[in-house]
Each structure stands twice: as C-alpha cells, then as structure tokens.
Design a protein around this ligand. Sequence first.
Ligand SMILES: Cc1cc2nc3c(=O)[nH]c(=O)nc-3n(C[C@H](O)[C@H](O)[C@H](O)COP(=O)(O)O)c2cc1C
Length: 327
Amino acid sequence: MALTLPRIDTITKAVALASRAPSLHNSQPWRWRFDRDGLKLYAEPQRLIQATDSGGRELVLSCGAALDHLRAAMASMGYRSFAERFPNPNDPLFLARVEFVRSGYVTDAERDRIDALELRRSDRSPFAPPAGWSNFETVLRNTLGSAVLMTVLPPNVRADLARASWLADSSRRYDSQYHSELHWWTGHVHDREGVPPQMLPTAETSAKVPIGRAFPVIDEAQPSDSEPSADGATVVVLSTDTDNRPDILRCGEAMSVVLLEATMAGYATCPVSHVVELPSSRSIVQKLVGGNVLPQVLIRIGAAPAEGLQPSLTPRRSVDEILEIVT
Ligand SMILES: Cc1cc2nc3c(=O)[nH]c(=O)nc-3n(C[C@H](O)[C@H](O)[C@H](O)COP(=O)(O)O)c2cc1C
C-alpha cells in the first residue's frame, strides 16, 4: 500500500467539496492544512456557538461531517483515504490527519455520492413519509458500520419528541444569549456563513414540524400548496457511548453518511439538535433510544419536495479561508 501525496489542485477541490458539509447554524468551524505529512483537519474554536453549544459537541460533530465529506470527495477522484483521529493527544483542536492511496477505480456509487454532496441541503419543511424506507435502512446500516448507534424512532413516539422539543425551547425562553446568538446566525444576510433568512420556516410551516428548532419567524414566503399538512418524516437518532471528542467526531462522520445516503436515495433531510442540547430534553430522547447511550443528533428524513420547491443551497466560506497549503 503506497501512500501518495495528491496534487494541490486535487486537495483544493476536495476541501471545497468538504465545505458543503452541514454545520450548526452554518458556522463551518473547520480549518485544513496540507503539508508533506498529509491533510490535517483542525477545529476552529473562534467559530464555536457559545450559548448553544458551550461544550463544543456540535462543533466537533460538524467537523466530523466535513471529514467524511472530504473522504467522499477524494474517493470520487480516485483516492482512498486513511484518517488518524486526534493524532496529537496534547492538541484537542487537531482532529484528524488524512493520508491517501490511489484507488485505481472509482465506482458509480462514489460518483453518485458526490452528486448527492452537492445537492444536499437542510430542508425545514414537513415531509411526506420516505417511500421504500425498509430497503434503504438495510443498505444504510451496512454502510454505516458499528462505531455509532443508529436508532430509527417509531412514529408513535412523535408526541414524546414534540414534548422534548417544547421543553428545550421553553427552558430557553429567557436565555438572551441563546436568542441573540440565534438571531445573529440567522437574521442577517451574511456573506458566506449563517443560515440565510429565506431558509427559515414560516410560522405555518414551523407549526407542522413540532420537533424542529424554533427559529426566528419570517412570514414573507408562503408555504407551497403541495406541502404536507403534517410532518411524516422518519426520525433517526445517532448516539454514542460517551461524549468524548473521538466518539463525537465519529458520530459527525456517521451523520454525513446518513445524510449523503439519504440524498442519494432521493430523500429530503434535516439535522435536528436543539432537543439534545439541554439535559432535560436530551434525557427524553435518551429514553426513547433505550439503553445507556448518549443521543448526539437527530435527522428527519422524508420524501423530497417536488422539483423547484427545495430550499436553495446555503453559502460557504471560500476555500482560501479554510485551507492552508505548506509546500
Ligand atoms: C451539529 C448540527 C446541528 C444542527 N442542528 C440543526 C437544528 O437543530 N435545526 C435545523 O433546522 N438545522 C440544524 N442543522 C443544519 C444546519 O443549520 C445546516 O447544516 C447549515 O445551515 C448549512 O445548511 P445546509 O445543511 O443546507 O448546507 C444542524 C447541523 C449540524 C451539523
């Protein structure tokens, strides 16, 4: 197995694709460095969303998704990647070092996954149930592996999830730091970060998705007539044994796998995390999942809206801002 150092333009393209990864409030809390030792991924603590994610759990989840996106991008360009996670125990921000081997053959699935990576976006509208779920779930479980526990919640726990969501929102009613942060990340037309206001659900749409995060309400756009009257999404929970950073990084990678596989299957998706940000609501989700594992993130998956009704893609920081090349 001969390690190879890919060309700079290959790495630059892969890092640009990796930046399509989802992140809490589109904060994009990652930084890459390419040198003779390979490609290195670092967390960006300045991009921590302090009041929402004080421990940086969602920051590391977001970086895990970027790492899996990077590997998918490199695979589509003919490279297998080998990631060493937390290579320096003294540097908690140094999340992974990735090395590459030429793969010699790119499969159709690897190409399709890149199309999905460029197409995927978080959709906060209600979904019709995902058709063909059980076959999809079987394939997804095979692809996911066993590092992270994936639980598919049955529809009869929707009321419990809605209660967890209500509890999370209600507990933060007077948390001015949380709300000012949420407004800052969603309220402005930021250049290349944050959730643009047009991506936020209207009050009517929000009411149909009781497990969604309560974003500042915009009422400019009308929900489409074809929007389902209630959310029939399948809800998947990803959990880990601990809240240690290596487990969370792996969980972020698994989140990316679920989102990309679901997009490849033609489904719409949206991560949901406010219900696991506070201990009271997190413990409700933990009971639904069963066992002693710790729920890290939920993902709603459902039928994709009709052509032309999907939300637009959110912007990203430019690759020059996030990639340092040391030759
Ligand atoms: C760890 C994490 C938590 C997230 N939590 C939520 C959430 O609670 N509600 C929501 O609507 N979107 C959530 N998202 C989705 C982000 O808002 C979204 O990824 C970001 O705005 C970029 O947009 P995109 O996914 O359309 O590319 C989350 C994403 C990540 C990675």
